[in-house]
Design a binder for this molecule. Structure first.
Ligand SMILES: CC(C)(COP(=O)(O)OP(=O)(O)OC[C@H]1O[C@@H](n2cnc3c(N)ncnc32)[C@H](O)[C@@H]1OP(=O)(O)O)[C@@H](O)C(=O)NCCC(=O)NCCS
Length: 174
């Protein structure tokens, strides 16, 4: 586990799978993700077996003293040679808009730069996800470019925006 300013992450365990699946299958979550297919319980078990063995992607449960399941953090495309990693998080619908995403990103930046020794953190966000874009911009991530009309959502094509923050940008903000 890792704690930063009252919020914590821990590894995903078997007992978390159903809650992760419910969060992933909620339309208010998947509408913003790359894949719009729903996840079945057996598929979730296979996913868990795969991530448990994986060295280049890690998932964490977010919790604090009050809430045992605030959401999930994704760290994938972990590249130790180039010290680069993709990050992301999903907050449960009932806790969105209360500052948890912001606190999770403070934790993630601290963990990835000061403990994982990363040089670059990056992510992809659909152009309709105003809450996420605002959050990432607030935390110092910058737009690098766009995969134009890369995502088809609700009958329209949307850009997939790539954003990143470098170690020195993080340190100069801190
Ligand atoms: C994106 C997400 C992680 C943000 O977490 P959150 O806890 O809701 O965000 P916070 O409450 O910390 O707010 C972060 C910023 O976004 C803004 N924000 C929150 N909800 C918003 C909304 N619906 N529209 C516009 N801005 C919004 C907040 O005002 C805040 O900015 P501010 O500090 O300048 O006021 C969360 O909403 C979520 O899980 N969404 C569904 C899944 C998802 O989009 N995952 C990310 C895929 S890239």
């Amino acid at each position: 586990m890792f704690t930063y300013q009252g919020i914590s992450i821990r590894v995903v365990e078997q007992r978390d799978l159903e809650r992760i699946r419910v969060l992933r299958n909620d339309p208010s979550t998947w509408i913003y993700l790359t894949d719009v297919l729903f996840v079945s319980a057996p598929a979730q078990e296979r996913w868990f077996a795969k991530i448990s063995e994986s060295t280049d992607r890690k998932y964490f449960i977010v919790y604090d003293a009050v809430h045992e399941f605030i959401g999930i953090v994704r760290c994938d495309e972990i590249d130790h040679l180039n010290r680069s990693m993709r990050i992301g998080c999903d907050i449960v619908p009932e806790l969105r808009g209360k500052g948890y995403g912001s606190r999770v990103f403070d934790l993630l930046l601290n963990y990835c730069f000061d403990f994982m020794n990363m040089h670059r953190l990056w992510l992809l966000v659909i152009d309709t996800n105003q809450a996420a874009i605002r959050l990432y911009t607030n935390k110092g991530l910058r737009e690098e470019g766009r995969y134009r009309e890369a995502l088809f959502r609700d009958g329209h094509y949307h850009d997939y925006i790539t954003m990143s923050i470098l170690e020195d940008e993080y340190r100069s903000r801190a």
